[in-house]
Design a protein around this ligand. Structure first.
Ligand SMILES: *[C@@H]1O[C@H](CO)[C@@H](O)[C@H](O)[C@H]1NC(C)=O
Ligand SMILES: *[C@@H]1O[C@H](CO)[C@@H](O)[C@H](O)[C@H]1NC(C)=O
Ligand SMILES: *[C@@H]1O[C@H](CO)[C@@H](O)[C@H](O)[C@H]1NC(C)=O
Ligand SMILES: *[C@@H]1O[C@H](CO)[C@@H](O)[C@H](O)[C@H]1NC(C)=O
Ligand SMILES: *[C@@H]1O[C@H](CO)[C@@H](O)[C@H](O)[C@H]1NC(C)=O
Ligand SMILES: *[C@@H]1O[C@H](CO)[C@@H](O)[C@H](O)[C@H]1NC(C)=O
Ligand SMILES: *[C@@H]1O[C@H](CO)[C@@H](O)[C@H](O)[C@H]1NC(C)=O
Ligand SMILES: *[C@@H]1O[C@H](CO)[C@@H](O)[C@H](O)[C@H]1NC(C)=O
Ligand SMILES: *[C@@H]1O[C@H](CO)[C@@H](O)[C@H](O)[C@H]1NC(C)=O
Ligand SMILES: *[C@@H]1O[C@H](CO)[C@@H](O)[C@H](O)[C@H]1NC(C)=O
Ligand SMILES: *[C@@H]1O[C@H](CO)[C@@H](O)[C@H](O)[C@H]1NC(C)=O
Ligand SMILES: *[C@@H]1O[C@H](CO)[C@@H](O)[C@H](O)[C@H]1NC(C)=O
Length: 643
């Protein structure tokens, strides 16, 4: 009898950790009578602080292992011991850029080079850096990567490689998600029926849905292949209950999305940037300056207090929905569904949705009711429009031009010494990165939302390209003494751009299917791209990464770095010089006219020129580049003046 009750309690527990409905629809739960779900964004949450204590203990040892190995050949190899004796342990963050499946796959290869679980990473890579990292942020395609590793019990890219060909292989995107069954039309149709049912259930429960719900559901089958219907009931906050997170054996995952002001379509550097972490979602920006418990999103609140005392909603924070929110630009793909003879609900939904919300809202995710309704933490010289609105609208995290999720990692309270920026953006017309994301974040610190933000000086796009800063790892902000004009000393940035080693990894952002072979090649190239081709181009590179990691602590403690670091900084730090002449990048942001939407790896591919919706996606991505290229002319003056 008692064991039966026990078993029942266990089952209930398991259910409570997921959505209370065990499906996609959020459900009612009881919560504390005095609960308040929001807080002002002053400092880290108590939960994050408590979690960090566990993580710090873990990273202290793993970072020591990495640095000992990386500096083993230094003339003064005792530097690491001296640093450890001070108790000041460097803190690391890793950021994964957006860029669709290209960013996910190439980024996965890059992360694998930092992960000591990857074959060869400790011998000819940077294995152990990921184990030593405190934070791991992702945005859009980069968030697919971070989210699917973290929410699959912190699986590894090596595990994905070893598992290939299995039924439950992660990231099996051989078929486009529009047609997941490939030639098996019935299987595709039944998938889309399940998706319809899920989104319909959410609507029936009284919640507004948008294309992002459909998009997130569709993605989830690729990201949670082991879970029932791609994790219909699997929530973002479920991670709190997973052992690997509870024990802090993984970095703290963060997803980034942008806020859109009610009634406007503009997303730029004045847009509020949101983060989702396992405990909270919200923004550090003065235009919101608040966080809410991510688990109770969907609750009707006023100033954080549930409108009905003791009644909350849970299950709104579906993991796939949040991943879709960060990548909502790709909602555009769903608009092709009209031509593919699938579920009538989806088609009707798409049609209705477009009529209700106008074409400009294809990319939004609706958070309704607004979790920040009537909060009063917005600083007085900013618009109150977010906190007075009934709905919170979020869009793809890269739409403000900041395609690398730096903001959560730059927060002073998080106190990072170094950020590894894995950049798989498509800044040039050949889909290579050219530093635009760095420039955007650099620029933001001088805007109205950036007063508590510091980011090192970076050059213009022409210099990135002409000096080859986008073809091998480059360090920015090496010298804290050069950064005294900023709000505080920002972390050193280890910039790791996508570049060709063994494979043309500059695939289109809109390529929606990759064969198994293509995925493996993207992984391999990503690994090589951030390791100087497995250290063959520079066997000293691991040591140089160690120098970069230790630099801020060395500066603040006034210690003397090993002499090898001098050469490293000569080789890898941006020297502050501009190389703007004879620019080859004048075509930046101007696409040749049509983007190929590859819907199937082999056959049917259609071009964008035929429908205006598809062009929207292109225009949108194009306009970031254009904006930032133009805006650059303005900030160049500032940069030059400050240097
Ligand atoms: C949840 O509560 C709201 C109001 O408190 C109610 O309208 C709704 O029907 C409830 N949902 C379910 C599934 O019970
Ligand atoms: C977060 O911290 C608060 C206060 O310390 C605690 O009541 C709550 O249970 C914590 N939540 C989680 C998910 O750990
Ligand atoms: C990876 O690093 C962790 C933390 O330092 C360590 O516990 C683990 O044994 C390492 N694994 C491998 C395969 O080196
Ligand atoms: C240290 O030197 C040995 C012998 O030259 C070499 O095999 C090894 O790769 C070097 N290690 C590092 C981290 O540079
Ligand atoms: C580089 O290392 C990775 C991981 O060990 C491996 O897959 C790849 O084949 C290596 N590349 C070369 C050129 O040896
Ligand atoms: C994570 O591991 C737990 C325990 O092994 C398992 O029940 C759960 O299904 C796993 N989650 C995922 C997403 O694979
Ligand atoms: C941001 O807002 C300020 C004033 O509030 C304005 O001067 C500036 O041009 C805006 N920046 C962008 C990128 O729109
Ligand atoms: C889908 O097709 C129907 C009929 O061809 C058309 O009326 C509708 O506007 C289309 N919807 C979209 C979203 O293009
Ligand atoms: C939330 O509660 C308020 C006050 O009862 C009500 O006016 C509002 O319509 C509710 N919002 C939603 C989305 O249910
Ligand atoms: C500039 O373009 C010319 C001609 O296409 C090419 O030969 C040269 O390598 C390019 N330079 C750079 C820095 O890309
Ligand atoms: C740092 O150390 C050097 C010599 O090691 C000394 O000359 C200098 O004054 C020190 N600076 C500070 C700020 O302590
Ligand atoms: C930093 O300052 C030093 C000396 O003032 C100068 O030589 C160096 O070029 C500067 N570095 C950068 C990246 O601006």
């Amino acid at each position: 009898m008692f064991w039966l009750l026990g078993a029942l309690a266990l089952v209930l527990n398991a259910v409570i950790a997921w959505s209370p409905t065990n499906g996609y629809a959020p459900g009612n739960v009881s919560c504390d009578d005095n609960i308040n779900l929001v807080r002002e964004a002053t400092g880290l949450s108590a939960n994050e602080t408590a979690w960090l204590e566990k993580r710090d203990a873990y990273t202290k040892d793993s970072l020591k292992d990495f640095l000992d190995r990386a500096t083993a050949n230094f003339t003064n190899s005792s530097f690491v011991d001296s640093l450890w004796n001070t108790g000041k342990i460097p803190k690391l963050g890793v950021g994964c850029s957006g860029g669709g499946y290209r960013a996910m796959l190439s980024g996965a290869g890059m992360l694998s080079a930092l992960d000591n679980r990857t074959d060869g990473a400790n011998e000819h890579g940077l294995g152990g850096v990921l184990q030593a990292a405190t934070y791991l942020a992702g945005l859009s395609g980069g968030n697919w990567l971070v989210g699917s590793l973290a929410w699959n019990n912190w699986t590894s890219v090596q595990q994905v490689i070893d598992n290939r060909g299995q039924d439950d292989e992660l990231w099996d995107i051989s078929n486009s998600l529009l047609n997941p069954g490939g030639i098996n039309i019935l299987s595709s149709a039944s998938r889309w029926d399940q998706i319809s049912d899920a989104v319909e259930a959410k609507q029936d429960a009284g919640f507004n849905a948008s294309l992002t719900d459909v998009w997130g559901r569709a993605l989830s089958y690729e990201f949670f292949p082991t879970l029932y219907r791609g994790g219909e009931g699997y929530t973002w906050s479920t991670l709190r209950d997973s052992d690997v997170f509870k024990n802090a054996e993984m970095p703290f995952p963060i997803s980034v999305a942008d806020g859109r002001y009610p009634g406007t379509q503009i997303v730029d550097l004045n847009s509020t940037v949101f983060e989702f972490n396992p405990f909270e979602m919200g923004s550090w920006d003065p235009s919101l300056n608040a966080f809410t418990d991510v688990k109770y999103l969907g609750t009707n609140v006023t100033n954080g207090t549930p409108v009905t005392q003791g009644k909350c909603v849970a299950g709104f924070d579906n993991a796939g929905f949040i991943m879709g929110t960060s990548s909502s630009l790709f909602n555009q793909f769903l608009l092709q569904l009209n031509t593919t003879g699938l579920s009538s609900f989806i088609k009707g939904f798409v049609g209705d949705f477009l009529q209700d919300l106008s074409n400009d809202s294809d990319d939004i995710a609706i958070y309704n009711p607004n979790p920040f309704k009537d909060t009063h933490f917005v600083s007085s010289n900013h618009s109150q429009s977010i906190v007075t609105a009934e709905n919170l609208y979020l869009v793809d995290g890269g739409e403000d031009g900041e395609n690398i999720p730096f903001l959560p990692l730059l927060q002073k309270d998080r106190d990072l010494d170094v950020i590894f920026a894995l950049d798989n953006s498509a800044d040039t017309d050949q889909y290579w990165p050219a530093g635009l994301s760095l420039i955007s974040t650099y620029e933001r610190q001088f805007g109205s939302l950036g007063k508590d933000l510091a980011f090192p000086y970076v050059p213009d796009v022409d210099t990135f390209v002409n000096s080859g800063l986008n073809t091998k790892p480059t360090f920015f902000g090496c010298d804290a003494t050069n950064l005294t004009g900023l709000a505080y000393t920002p972390p050193l940035i280890v910039y790791m751009p996508n570049n060709r080693q063994s494979y043309n990894s500059n695939t289109s952002t809109f390529k929606m299917s990759y064969s198994s072979d293509q995925r493996m090649k993207m992984f391999q190239n990503g690994f090589e791209a951030i390791t100087r081709n497995n250290l063959t181009d520079d066997s000293a590179f691991t040591g140089c990464v160690a120098c970069a990691i230790m630099k801020r602590k060395q500066e603040s403690l006034n210690m003397t770095l090993p002499e090898e670091c001098t050469q490293c900084f000569k080789d890898y730090c941006w020297d502050g010089k501009l190389a703007t002449k004879s620019s080859n990048v004048t075509t930046l942001g101007t696409y040749s006219g049509s983007i190929s939407f590859v819907t199937d790896s082999a056959s049917s591919s259609s071009t964008a020129s035929s429908t205006s919706k598809k062009n929207n996606a292109v225009a949108l991505s194009q306009s970031y580049s254009m904006n930032w290229y133009v805006a650059f002319a303005a900030i160049l003056g500032v940069t030059l003046g400050l240097l």
